[in-house]
Design a protein around this ligand. Structure first.
Ligand code: PLP
Length: 490
């Protein structure tokens, strides 16, 4: 034991916040836990250890005393210190170098993976990133948002918000949002129909989780929003994909699935279909609602970018005409304020919202009450609406600019329609061109575009315009054009 290789197990960190005696004690505990110091083993004497570790004798005594207090070792005066015999014996592990990770790469128990899709990193350094259609964080009035947030933390009357609050979300925001959705989207609801979530993704997960048992049938569009698909796969739903044309998802095809297999839920993005951006026509909206009543399935209406429509007023959601409790309406502040804030919401019948809140309680207990109150205040003061108007104007210009550039520079290489709303153009490469190769070549020139995997490798992708200034759009498209022209020439 005198030869115990302390030097390879423990490097004393003089500047560490952990006192030296504890560093020694912790290193010994680890040795015992991994089975390299067996129960009953005699520890090296205090003098030997202090000499080897080049620390004061008193420090080693303190370490041994700590170990004894924690019952890892027993110290018998004049005989020595021994690893406690009461501890279970463990198989010896290989010696680890100090500082090595002790967490294994894979678990020791069985774990069935769901094969979750790995997206490439969104932003690399100063790359120009044509994302899926995200807002431009630079347009937010940060000073106003942080002032409002601070004022809420500081106000005495808001103290309750600093404790545990409510799984339904902040009561004030629920109230304000119910009125706001009434006024702006014609959704006749009250606060009890609203639950605040951390982004719409949580609302998607909770609603799908409540609706589905393993093997239950869900219907989505083809192609579809990746994270909705992944949520359904995770819940082991049997997913049917239904084609989309210029009028949105094909409702007749949904009825065929209803007749054949029985459908539990239909996930739609009617305002601006994700990813193709088309709007579900009025006739199909009515048809879908009627179908939901007839076959008693739930419609999950994901209205992720309601506010950004450039041609006319936004089209009212399905939820605004649903009187039967078929629709679970999901919205988010990710596009209007910022995805970083993680605030979304779900609107549905009271019974559904009560169930959703019960489930939420065991996932997250509650949301970010202070931030939620901040949003409520921004809406009440009309500031959110002001921010939306400002971004809408800017994004409209960016959409036009990107559309014009694609038309003049890349007409032969791409097919696309000018979107009426949203934050991205859905682009399909001309025959013979490969999106994965274009994406790889663009990356080498610091321009990021999707490689198409997120949309089932259809050689089509979303070219987000909202988060880029016109010069960035211009520069990025120039790079894509040069790559494509070279390919077309060769
Ligand atoms: C179809 C769709 N739903 C929802 C969201 C927003 O998710 P969250 O509110 O969780 O940020 C997005 C974001 O890009 C989206 O594209």
């Amino acid at each position: 034991m005198g030869q115990y290789p302390w030097h390879s197990l423990l490097t004393i960190e003089e500047k560490s916040a952990t006192p030296v005696y504890l560093q020694i004690a912790n290193a010994i505990i680890k040795e015992i836990q991994v089975g390299r110091m067996k129960p009953g083993t005699k520890l090296p004497g205090v003098l030997v250890t202090s000499d080897l570790l080049k620390v004061n004798k008193k420090t080693v005594e303190k370490a041994y005393s700590e170990l004894s207090l924690q019952r890892w070792i027993n110290v018998t005066p004049k005989v020595g210190a021994f690893v406690s015999k009461d501890l279970p014996d463990r198989e010896n592990r290989a010696l680890q170098s100090p500082g090595a990770f002790n967490i294994a790469e894979k678990p020791h128990f069985d774990l069935e993976g769901q094969g979750i899709f790995q997206l490439p990193p969104l932003q690399r350094g100063n790359d120009i990133v044509f994302n899926d259609g995200f807002p431009d964080g630079r347009l937010i009035d940060h000073a106003l948002v942080s002032r409002t947030y601070r004022s809420i933390v500081n106000l005495k009357s808001y103290r309750p918000l600093l404790s545990y609050t409510d799984p339904y979300g902040d009561g004030v925001l629920r109230e304000v949002l119910a009125n706001y959705l009434n006024e702006t989207r014609g959704i006749k609801c009250s606060a009890e129909n609203v639950m605040i979530t951390r982004g719409s993704q949580m609302a998607l997960y909770i609603s799908m989780m409540l609706l589905l048992k393993r093997g239950d049938v869900s219907v989505v569009s083809d192609p579809n929003y990746l994270f909705a698909d992944e949520t359904l796969s995770y819940l082991q739903s049997k997913i049917h994909k239904v084609a989309v044309d210029k009028n949105g998802i094909n409702i007749d095809k949904i009825e065929e699935v209803c007749k054949r297999d029985g459908v539990r839920l239909v996930y739609v993005t009617p305002h601006h279909h994700h990813p193709t951006t088309v709007t579900l026509s009025a006739a199909r909206r009515m048809q879908l609602l009627k179908l939901a009543e007839k076959y008693r399935f739930a419609i999950i209406e994901d209205d992720y970018d309601f506010d950004f429509h450039y041609c006319h007023n936004p089209i009212l959601p399905l939820a605004s005409v649903d009187t039967e409790g078929s629709v679970i309406y999901i919205g988010s502040f990710s596009k209007t304020v910022s995805p970083a804030f993680r605030i979304g919401y779900m609107v549905a019948s009271k019974k559904f919202i009560d169930e959703a809140a019960s489930l939420r309680k065991i996932i997250d207990f509650q949301g970010d009450a202070i931030l939620e109150r901040t949003i409520a205040q921004l809406i009440n003061q009309g500031e959110l609406q002001r921010m939306i108007r400002k971004s809408l104007k800017e994004y409209g210009k960016r959409r036009d600019y990107m559309n014009d550039l694609l038309t003049t520079e890349l007409a032969g290489a791409l097919k696309f329609d000018k979107p009426r709303g949203g934050m991205a153009i859905w682009v399909t490469l001309a025959e013979g061109l490969r999106l994965d190769e274009l994406s790889k070549a663009a990356r080498k020139q610091n321009v990021s575009i999707s490689d198409g995997r997120a949309y089932g490798n259809k050689n089509a992708f979303r070219l987000g315009f909202a988060s880029l200034e016109p010069w960035e759009i211009g520069e990025g498209i120039r790079v894509l054009r040069d790559i494509l022209m070279n390919v077309l020439k060769s």
